[in-house]
Write a protein that binds this ligand. Structure first.
Ligand SMILES: [Zn+2]
Ligand SMILES: [Zn+2]
Length: 237
């Protein structure tokens, strides 16, 4: 089929088969990715939440969660756009493991919500840095799902995107292992792609913030290379 015929047929099918909601497949009349009901299902981070790791707090007495009170993380704050549950979790799983690339524009739109968080206001960033996948895992999934998210953050903030980091040790499968093990697994798991001396502030991007261990290790490497301070944004927390 010629290229032009293909474009013609695609636009023809768009005319007769309008967009569908990525959440519930309902037909949509407008140029949206989600229907109203599905938008309502996405839960933004609650107030108050831990000012460092964005974990929901149940009272406003303290500014940090009990985890962050006991540890010293290498990033200033990790900001998630939405809670990692329900529809958000489902969409991310479909994107990561089901290779559902049609979700990419929606997820790119969702992560930019994190940029509205006031913890990121007024900070001059030198660049946006995606959290890398290990090459082995990258081959399994064929693409680094974080890269399109990081590209969108960089575009939105009008900042350069710099893939500064690489994984150096394969991290064993994390699901199910306890927190302590997970933290140990990640020690020394990241390095600079090539020797670079950095200055200024950097904004890391990952899909999900759970324990914060991955972002912590990445931030540590950037600080050791001379970065002044590191913040992070993720689609889900
Ligand atoms: Zn829907
Ligand atoms: Zn915390």
């Amino acid at each position: 089929m010629t290229h032009f015929l293909k474009i013609f047929l695609t636009s023809l099918s768009d005319l007769f088969y309008p967009r569908h909601c990525e959440g519930c497949q309902r037909a949509l009349l407008e140029e949206e990715f989600l229907c109203y009901d599905c938008w309502e299902q996405l839960e933004p981070l609650p107030e108050p939440c831990c000012e460092i790791c964005s974990y929901p707090l149940f009272c406003a007495d303290s500014k940090t969660c009990s985890n962050c009170a006991e540890r010293r993380l290498h990033f200033v704050a990790g900001v998630g756009a939405f809670r990692y549950q329900g529809l958000t979790q489902e969409l991310l799983a479909r994107y990561k493991y089901g290779r559902d690339q049609s979700l990419r524009p929606l997820l790119q739109q969702l992560i930019t919500r994190a940029l509205q968080d006031e913890r990121l206001h007024g900070i001059d960033f030198a660049a946006v840095v995606p959290v890398p996948l290990h090459s082995l895992r990258q081959r399994e999934r064929e693409f680094n799902q974080v890269l399109p998210l990081a590209k969108e953050v960089a575009r939105h903030k009008k900042l350069p995107l710099r893939s500064l980091l690489k994984r150096v040790a394969p991290t064993s499968f994390q699901a199910g292992s306890n927190r302590e093990k997970r933290l140990k697994n990640l020690e020394g798991a990241f390095a600079l792609r090539r020797p670079t001396s950095l200055n200024g502030n950097y904004l890391l991007v990952d899909d999900v913030l759970t324990t914060g261990a991955t972002l912590d290790e990445c931030a540590k490497v950037l600080l050791q290379a001379g970065a002044e301070n590191v913040w992070a944004v993720t689609l889900a927390r």
